[in-house]
Design a protein around this ligand. Structure first.
Ligand SMILES: *[C@@H]1O[C@H](CO)[C@@H](O)[C@H](O)[C@H]1NC(C)=O
Length: 651
């Protein structure tokens, strides 16, 4: 897609990354192009007002506001603004799209049209000035394309469109001085003629150049929007004065050679693609190298162990007296075989573990499917909120998998409270997620922010959950309980063995810290981009990268956990089940720590509620990630333990 110096590797990856472009050529549902005739009206929709990076490149808030929040006093369309219907995912991700008073006609220039005049008193002036300081930006949509600002990337010398444009500016000369409020918009729209047909025009680019113009009152009917000599608009915060602001806009339509299919390319700008490639290749090499080393060492050790154990068996059979010094001496030898009578002993709290594992399997399949859909181009950015919608949809349907896995694991662990298991699988983890989400929303409601998910949407989600998700999960559990258990290859002794004291690095906390860091390392680079897409409202589209990183993470997670379990069993500690789950899940601890570092280095959320929201959402995502990676670690270890104890003879 973008140039890179890693030519051969890049070629392969680019082929992967180009998939979405190929797929969009077939026009997936919801993203078919709209053609307009010259002069026909093209609606401009407004979205919620979100903070983007302020001039100091830090994010100062995480609250979004409705475009028509009364204190902003933006001009409304005749008859009041109306909501434009949106997908569930779009609402969950904070979009609030509404109609606007702008009147755009395809290929008809419009110069200096007056919208309305608003009067700002002290409270609203203070409110608006504060939002300008915090770097809030307006986001408009024309034909599904976000209105952007044309920016120059200094590094590569290319121009790109950055979605959203500033609500105002801080004075260049005096950073502590007044803020200037933008009240004039130069809307430049690029259109493309379909196969040169002058009757079929498509929107392929939208740029808004905002400006601040304090028009003299009195001559409202004779405004000169292009006069750069007009002083800027400063909203006075003096309690005794009010400021009148007249909003104006101009529209310029320009023909563009960009085809409809590639109209998003300018928005999906990669800052410094080399660094992205470099860090991806870098982490991939490190992770693959470590994993290969670890597994080869492990396999060699295992082969030696198994050969030794089976040779000992041979000696024992031949030496029927069974009292030789050799036998006693070597049988007492350390090794994982010693714990064969305990390794399949039911772990503590089998119910909780199986519920986590069921939910982990559900999340695992969901993320896998989501990334595949994205790779195939189903989640194009024109289809707003499709990512969120598809995730909710998949998570709901896949609760069947969750119930099945949970029940099967629980039965294999000799669990007896099967009704409790059936009930808690669809209720415990989703319950935690939903209550945290609800609690964080209370904060947003309290602040009157638009990012709050409306109460009705909450009800819809609870409805979907109880009507579809819970029955599916129960059905899955029912099937899981009827399926045969996984028979352990060795019998469990009546009396548990004593566990010798562990060396330092095998103690729970150090082993968790050691194991967790590698899967985290595999996704660290991608995480940075995902975080800036979540918090800085950047469009995330590098699903090819994400796919590779997700694969690397799964492999690493499985390999290091298996290694830890091997060491644990060699140290005659057979409590591997929870240890495997927690150690692999620890990568979520690193993700949370990373989020806290991000908070300090990239955000300046002065105020309690912003910080609570940020930490709350980070904790929620980390918790889900904990369950996901923990389950990967557990199932890999389970498979491993079954395999190694199945390959030795126990008399
Ligand atoms: C509209 O304005 C643009 C930019 O100034 C110009 O290139 C274009 O020719 C104008 N179109 C019409 C129909 O006047």
């Amino acid at each position: 897609m973008k140039s890179s110096t890693f030519a051969p590797l890049a070629a392969v990856f680019s082929a992967l990354l180009a998939l979405p472009q190929l797929a969009t050529a077939f026009y997936l549902p919801g993203v078919a192009p709209t053609s307009y005739q010259p002069g026909s009206s093209v609606p401009l929709y407004v979205n919620s007002i979100k903070p983007v990076a302020a001039p100091d490149a830090r994010l100062h808030s995480v609250m979004a506001y409705d475009y028509y929040e009364p204190k902003f006093q933006f001009c409304q369309p005749e008859g009041g603004p109306k909501y434009v219907s949106e997908s569930l995912g779009s609402i969950l991700f904070g979009d609030r799209i509404m109609t606007s008073p702008f009147n755009l006609q395809m290929a008809r220039n419009e110069s200096c049209t007056k919208l309305c005049t608003a009067t700002y008193d002290m409270p609203s002036a203070h409110f608006v000035n504060k939002r300008i300081m915090k770097g809030y930006a307006l986001s408009w949509l024309v034909d599904g394309l976000p209105a952007g600002q044309n920016l120059l990337d200094d590094l590569t010398g290319t121009t790109f469109y950055s979605p959203g444009f500033a609500m105002g500016q801080i004075s260049q000369t005096d950073p502590d001085g007044p803020t200037f409020f933008n009240n004039h918009y130069d809307i430049v729209i690029e259109y493309h003629k379909v196969r040169g047909n002058a009757d079929q025009l498509r929107v392929v680019g939208v740029i808004v150049q905002p400006a601040t113009r304090a028009y003299k009152s009195g001559n409202e009917n004779d405004l000169d929007c292009n006069d750069n000599g007009i002083p800027p608009v400063v909203l006075s915060e003096d309690p005794d004065t009010t400021t009148d602001v007249t909003f104006t806009y101009s529209v310029y339509w320009t023909e563009s050679p960009t085809a409809w299919a590639t109209r998003w390319d300018k928005y999906l700008h990669v800052f410094d693609p080399k660094i992205h490639w470099f860090s991806l290749v870098n982490s991939a090499v490190v992770v693959v190298f470590l994993t290969v080393t670890v597994t080869s060492v492990l396999f060699r050790a295992l082969k030696k162990d198994i050969a030794r154990y089976n040779r000992l068996d041979q000696i024992n059979l031949e030496d029927l007296s069974g009292t030789s010094a050799l036998e006693d001496g070597v049988q007492e030898d350390s090794g994982w075989k010693l714990v064969h009578g305990d390794v399949f002993r039911t772990p503590a709290h089998p119910l909780l573990l199986s519920v986590f594992l069921g939910n982990g399997a559900q999340l695992f399949v969901m993320t896998g499917f989501t990334i595949c859909f994205a790779l195939l181009g189903f989640l194009s950015p024109s289809n707003r909120g499709s990512l969120g919608t598809i995730m909710v949809f998949l998570y709901t349907l896949l609760s069947f998998v969750g119930g099945y896995v949970s029940a099967r694991v629980y039965k294999s662990m000799n669990g007896e409270k099967w009704k409790l298991n059936m009930g808690s699988t669809p209720l415990l983890v989703p319950g935690i997620v939903f209550s945290t989400f609800f609690f964080l929303n209370l904060f947003l409601w309290a602040n009157g922010a638009a990012g709050a998910v409306p109460f009705t949407t909450m009800l819809v989600i609870v409805g979907i959950w109880f009507i579809i998700s819970v029955p599916l999960s129960v059905a899955g559990s029912w099937l899981g309980f009827r399926a045969p258990v996984f028979e352990p290859p060795v019998r469990t002794n009546q009396i548990p063995r004593q566990i010798p004291p562990a060396t330092t690095y095998l103690k729970p906390i150090p082993s968790m810290l050691l194991v967790g860091i590698l899967p985290f390392g595999a996704i660290f680079v991608e995480l940075y981009f995902i975080m800036s897409s979540i918090w800085f409202s950047k469009i995330y589209y590098m699903f090819g990268f994400l796919f590779l990183c997700y694969g690397l993470m799964i492999i690493t997670c499985a390999a290091v956990t298996v290694l830890m379990v091997y060491f644990l069993l060699c140290a005659e500690n057979y409590h591997w089940q929870w240890r495997a789950f927690l150690a692999a899940g620890m990568s979520a601890g690193y993700i949370f720590a990373n989020a806290l570092i991000y908070l300090i280095s990239k955000l300046s959320l002065g105020g309690l509620s912003g910080t609570v929201l940020y930490i709350g959402y980070s904790a929620l995502l980390s918790f889900l990630f904990f369950i996901l990676t923990g389950s990967i670690g557990f199932f890999a270890s389970w498979w491993f333990v079954q395999k190694i104890y199945g390959s030795i003879k126990i008399d």
